[in-house]
Design a binder for this molecule. Structure first.
Ligand SMILES: C=C1C[C@]23C[C@H]1CC[C@H]2[C@@]12CCC[C@@](C)(C(=O)O1)[C@H]2[C@@H]3C(=O)O
Ligand SMILES: O=C(O)CCC(=O)C(=O)O
Ligand SMILES: [Fe+2]
Length: 350
């Protein structure tokens, strides 16, 4: 029995004129992006040119992380060809009939395969989106089902994307750590005895699709959340929808621009930094006339998902206190998907 019943499958909702009740969110004025003072144009997260000298980018990245927990990057070294390839792979996938997509439905909500986002169980209303998660090698069998003749090339695109993104993620992590005055060598990647074999490895990919929506104001593409990662690198197609939240500014749009990638600080970096940098709350809205694709590379650090992550001693300082106990990514994912936005409280030491 597929986890998504046919009648509520987003793939079958394309021609609706009004939103079904199960997809109607009650959004308040605080949920809108209308600026408090009428004419003000809201400042969004900065675009940082990675071809600038290191001391310049480190500084800018440091500021953006403290202020927003997010930033955008240009000249990041990921080829436009690869970005186009993974975007068009996603389009082809989501264009398939629901029956076909459901043949690759994830057995567990939110883990490898086609289905709703994993956070959906925390919300009463349904999100106006569908997605495909690539967390381990099992995606290859799904790809054979989807593309009996073309899976080899599509698997190649995924592997290349993962490799390139992993390199970029490592580089970004070094810069962010640099802005905090430490290096990767200051991290103690402890190994929990008895923990063996990674299920998710070092990075997962989530292909997201937000179909055209009859009443976008009342719908939600992907509800507000922080990522359960060290950092996430997001490629969005040329239709906007991503919004980040900051106490002082409310919800702010992150407009797409060709070749620019978005970087979100995830919960694990917040833990590593002993609370010095926030993980960014973000969400995706939907559109009345245009569908949207986004591709997230969700990264748990260079050491895999079964190593201990805890505040970096050098950041805590000799007289400081560690705010959080150590957790592995696997463990933290379990906590997060039990208590959701209370996950930091669950691992706080005081
Ligand atoms: C490796 C991860 C990270 C996950 C869970 C698991 C697989 C899929 C990821 C996402 C992708 C879509 C948003 C999110 C919030 C979701 O619902 O599924 C992410 C979540 C997280 O960052 O917590
Ligand atoms: O589609 C977007 O812009 C956001 C996607 C996202 O937040 C995620 O996949 O974690
Ligand atoms: Fe996210």
């Amino acid at each position: 029995m597929p986890p998504i019943a046919k009648e509520i499958c987003i793939g079958n909702l394309g021609n609706l004129q009004t939103l079904p009740d199960s997809f109607t969110w009650e959004l308040t004025s605080a949920d809108s992006v209308i600026p408090p003072s009428s004419a003000a144009v809201k400042e969004s997260i900065p675009v940082i040119d990675l071809s600038d000298p290191d001391h310049v980018t480190t500084n800018l990245i440091g500021n953006a992380c403290h202020t927003w927990g997010a930033f955008q990057i240009a000249n990041h070294g990921i080829s436009q060809k690869l970005l186009d390839e993974i975007e068009s792979l996603s389009k082809t996938l989501f264009d398939m009939p629901s029956e076909k997509k459901l043949e690759t439905a994830s057995s567990e909500k939110g883990v490898s395969g086609y289905g709703e986002p994993r956070i959906s169980s925390f919300f009463e209303k349904k999100m106006w989106s569908e997605g495909f998660t690539i967390a381990d090698g099992s995606y290859r069998n799904h790809f054979i089902t989807l593309w009996p003749h073309d899976h080899i090339n599509n698997c190649r695109i995924i592997e290349e994307y993962k490799d390139e993104m992993e390199k970029l993620a490592n580089r970004l992590m070094s810069s962010i750590l640099g802005s905090l005055g430490v290096t990767v060598d200051d991290i103690e990647w402890g190994q929990k005895p008895g923990n063996s074999g990674s299920k998710v490895g070092r990075g997962a990919i989530r292909l997201n699709h937000y179909p055209v929506c009859p009443e976008p104001e009342r719908a939600m593409g992907l509800a507000a959340h922080t990522d359960t990662t060290i950092l996430t690198i997001l490629h969005q197609s040329n239709t906007g929808g991503l919004q980040v939240f900051r106490e002082e500014s409310g919800w702010v749009n992150v407009e797409p621009s060709p070749g620019i990638l978005v970087v979100n600080i995830g919960d694990l970096f917040h833990i590593l930094s002993n609370g010095k940098i926030p993980s960014v709350v973000h969400r995706a809205k939907v559109n009345h006339t245009r569908s949207r694709i986004s591709i997230a590379y969700l990264w748990c650090g260079p050491a895999g998902d079964d190593v201990e992550i805890k505040p970096i001693p050098k950041i805590i300082g000799p007289v400081g206190q560690s705010l959080y106990r150590s957790v592995t990514w696997k463990e933290y994912l379990q906590i997060k998907y039990k208590v959701f936005d209370k996950a930091f409280d669950a691992i706080r030491t005081r």
